[in-house]
Design a binder for this molecule. Structure first.
Ligand SMILES: [Zn+2]
Length: 263
């Protein structure tokens, strides 16, 4: 998804937002229609969520309307929120059918997909937490001007973090930081945690719908009013709390990852 223009109030008129999705899906062949993988459908929902965030804004200032000006660690909330629908049994039944027989997705296949999704999710989550803690700690704690000493602190910090959270410990010659391009060659320095944090926010927002399945429309209206419409016009945490009525909780993410039984 990309935005081609944002909403803003001009002297004589309101400029409406425009967003686009560029999709890289399997095209149909001569004898078969296009069959889009579940992964592609999830990506479509994800990017559509960014699109909704941009299009449903009610902010008139360009710099903070739509996706503009939304904090880095909250901008994936609406997109990851939308992915949840691709893992709902009823929703998948409605959006799938076999290319030849027209049958919807069988339930045993759905159950297998869920088990595959959550396979070793605990290890994956700890890995993300290890990376995020390492990133935050080296940027926060190491202010050593001597590069030689600083580099020693980096490996020592990683080892400390691993001793706290890792289950699998790599051999001592392993040099993970040297290939951690997200923070050293990308834009995620001191921001790697935002991947996990956005998952906490999006899962917790989605759980508002799970808690109130009879009132999808009303919860959706509130989601629009408090989160999608606000863009960067107020801190994202305020938008979240206005929607959810409380601070974010990791409970829904743990449940969706198969790490916590439903209450
Ligand atoms: Zn995204």
């Amino acid at each position: 998804m990309d935005d081609s223009r944002g909403r803003r109030r001009l002297a004589s008129q309101l400029q409406k937002p425009v967003a686009m999705l560029t999709c890289n899906f399997m095209p149909p062949s001569e004898h078969r229609p296009s069959t889009i993988s579940h992964d592609d459908v999830t990506t479509l929902f994800h990017e559509f969520g960014h699109g909704l965030h941009h299009l449903l804004t009610e902010v008139d200032e360009l710099e903070v309307s739509g996706i503009n000006g939304v904090e880095w660690d909250a901008v994936e909330l609406p997109s990851q929120f939308m992915e949840n629908f691709c893992w709902e049994w009823e929703k998948l039944q409605a959006m799938t059918h076999h290319v030849e027989t027209g049958e919807p997705l069988p339930e045993d296949l759905y159950q297998k997909m869920m088990r595959a999704k959550n396979f070793q999710s605990g290890l994956f989550m700890l890995r993300q937490i290890e990376f995020a803690l390492f990133d935050l700690r080296i940027h926060h704690e190491i202010v050593e001007p001597d590069l030689q000493k600083a580099s020693q602190r980096i490996m020592a910090t990683l080892n400390e973090v691993r001793s706290q959270v890792a289950v699998l410990h790599p051999p001592s010659f392993q040099r993970f930081p040297q290939s951690f391009s997200h923070i050293f060659a990308g834009g995620y320095a001191a921001g790697y945690y935002s991947y996990k944090w956005a998952e906490v926010l999006s899962a917790d927002a989605y759980s508002a719908f799970e808690e109130d399945p009879q009132n999808y429309a009303a919860v959706g209206q509130r989601f629009w009013k408090e989160i999608l419409s606000k863009g960067g016009s107020r801190p994202a945490i305020e938008s979240f709390k206005a929607f959810r009525g409380r601070e974010p909780s990791p409970e829904a993410l743990l449940r969706h990852s198969g790490l916590l039984e439903a209450a």
